[in-house]
Design a protein around this ligand. Structure first.
Ligand code: NOJ
Length: 543
């Protein structure tokens, strides 16, 4: 008889304070020379990530997909898209990374699937009312001929989140719900087969050595079964943050905890209300979730301090670690954002042609790196942030791929600008990303020669070396892992805090240099310290 793994008592885990690197596989490194990043390319570059000092990698989806939304339209959750490699390559990648001390986090997309997934194809081929359609949200339209969408909801990507189907005889049929793009039909989480399927998918990847999963759109999966019109006064919301989600994540937690080395559940939970957010992190639910509140705040001492306080205050009672995120594959790169007049991140405010000062943005991004790496909890580092890459804002319009751009009618630049392939070496595109004569799937700009890994390795003052030193210190300094966090008194516009007894961090967001505290020995600084002072838009770690 096969011995079932015994549930483990809750214990502090690696995910509590790890530095986790986010790999967007299409844009990391191309191993086979077709212009698209792949698993072979990532395997070749694992020593780079080990040297950088990260402890885990979260991979954006690598599954078979028509790529209508960069792979978040999954056609098969148990395989790898041929453009990235094979399932065997993924297994090798997971084990080779582990040999270097790096854990793997796989991206699970439960809210929706691809319209190319066999379940959805079967649903389209089956008549209204059929069991095949019950796994989704099919509804007749409103209006005399069903010509209007079934309700007034708005897609997360803008526009109507319903698409009308065509019956086999060519007449217009039912509509189906998709909170994102048309090619991403939402699953019906009231259906037992949907629940069973994802529990099995979790085991599939955990059995292959994945140390955790990142859960896409984790607060959206369940819907009010009546799919009523949205009314701003309605509570609960018909599709955001519904109570039933907690039961789903409790069942996922039981699966994660059933492994001898418990697996981690990491939620992508976009909720403006931090008290609602931490309910997902109760001890029998998700282990952690991305801190988007911190990520979206302006470069402003009061703003950041408020976010840090709320985060720490609300995480403590549920016993979950905080996370610190500055960027990801959906948002404007920090160097560009922090160089703008408005330094917040807001999807709704994205527009072409917003001016930025990249030198200012870089100074602040360097300081923000030291700030986030000194806070208690786990840190997520999006690929290319360690190189200080800017958002590419002048991609040719005919090369853009993101449905957010197209669904906005072309007014939103979309998210391609933060997904441009990484520059590894050389002085011109493709900067070692792919074969010299190949044009990458998104074009890289001229002028990135000083930003390549090769160039930055050789420059002691580079962003890469700042991250590398900071990650090393973070690993070797016990206070940075376990030290109690406390604010120290500071001038307006300055953040100053201590971890434990002998580690301090000072960040200057004011408009004048500030003196370093007496007795503090600088360990690492984001800018040159002259005359015992910390310049504007800079941070220092003190021992
Ligand atoms: C969140 C992902 O980060 C984003 O890239 C994707 O478009 C949506 N979820 C839909 O899956």
């Amino acid at each position: 008889m096969v011995q079932q793994p015994q549930p483990q008592p809750q214990r502090p885990g690696w995910w509590r304070d790890a530095a986790i690197y986010q790999v967007y596989p299409r844009s990391f490194a191309d191993g086979n020379g077709d212009g698209v990043g792949d698993l072979a390319g990532i395997r070749n570059r694992l020593p780079y990530l080990a040297d950088l000092g990260v402890e885990a990698i979260w991979f954006n989806p690598w599954y078979p997909s028509p790529m209508a939304d960069g792979g978040y339209d999954v056609a098969d959750y148990r395989d790898v898209d041929p453009v990235f490699g094979t399932l065997a390559d993924a297994e090798k990648l997971i084990s080779e990374a582990l040999d270097l001390g790096i854990r793997t986090i796989v991206d699970i997309v439960p809210n929706h699937i691809s319209d190319a997934h066999p379940w959805f194809r079967a649903a389209l081929a089956a008549p209204p009312g059929s069991p095949e359609r019950e796994r989704f949200h099919f509804r007749p339209g409103r209006g005399a001929d069903g010509e209007l969408p079934p309700n007034n909801w708005v897609s997360e990507f803008g526009g109507v989140p319903w698409t009308r189907t065509t019956d086999p005889d060519g007449t217009p049929g039912e509509w189906y719900l998709h909170l994102f793009a048309t090619q991403q039909p939402d699953l019906n989480w009231d259906h037992p087969e949907v629940r069973a399927e994802f529990e099995d998918v979790l085991r599939f990847w955990f059995d292959r050595g994945a140390a955790g999963v990142r859960i896409d759109s984790a607060a959206l999966c369940t819907k009010d079964p009546a799919l009523p019109d949205f009314d701003p006064a309605s509570d609960p919301h018909p599709f955001v943050d519904r109570e039933e989600l907690h039961g789903i994540y409790r069942s996922w937690r039981r699966i994660a905890d059933s492994y001898p080395d418990p697996r981690a559940l990491i939620g992508e939970v976009w909720l403006p209300d931090a008290e609602r957010f931490v309910r997902y992190l109760r001890p029998d639910e998700l282990h952690t979730a991305f801190n988007f509140d911190f990520m979206t705040r302006a470069w402003d001492a009061d703003q950041l301090r408020a976010s840090i306080d709320t985060t720490l205050d609300l995480h403590a009672p549920v016993g979950a670690p905080a996370t610190w995120v500055l960027a990801n594959h959906d948002v404007t790169r920090t160097v560009t954002r922090y160089g703008r007049a408005d330094t917040r991140f807001d999807f709704a405010a994205k527009a072409f042609g917003t001016p930025t000062d990249p030198a200012l943005g870089l100074r602040r991004a360097r300081a923000a790196a030291l700030l986030s790496l000194a806070l208690p909890g786990a840190v997520y580092l999006y690929q290319g942030e360690e190189l200080g890459l800017p958002e590419v804002e002048d991609l040719p319009l005919d090369r853009l791929q993101d449905p957010m751009h197209f669904r906005s009618g072309g007014t939103d630049p979309g998210r391609d600008g933060c997904r441009v392939p990484l520059p590894w070496s050389g002085t011109a595109p493709p900067y070692g990303f792919t074969r010299q004569d190949v044009d990458p799937w998104l074009p890289q700009p001229a002028g990135w020669e000083a930003l390549t890994v090769e160039a930055q390795r050789a420059d002691p003052g580079s962003m890469l070396n700042l991250y590398r030193s900071a990650l090393r210190l973070r690993r070797s300094t016990a206070a940075l892992r376990e030290g109690r966090f406390s604010w120290l008194e500071s001038a307006p516009g300055v953040l100053s805090f201590r971890r434990g007894e002998d580690f301090g961090c000072l960040v200057n967001l004011s408009d004048a240099p500030v003196p370093l505290p007496e007795g503090g020995r600088p360990l690492l600084a984001s800018a040159e310290l002259t005359g015992g002072r910390l310049p504007v838009d800079a941070a220092v770690w003190l021992g």
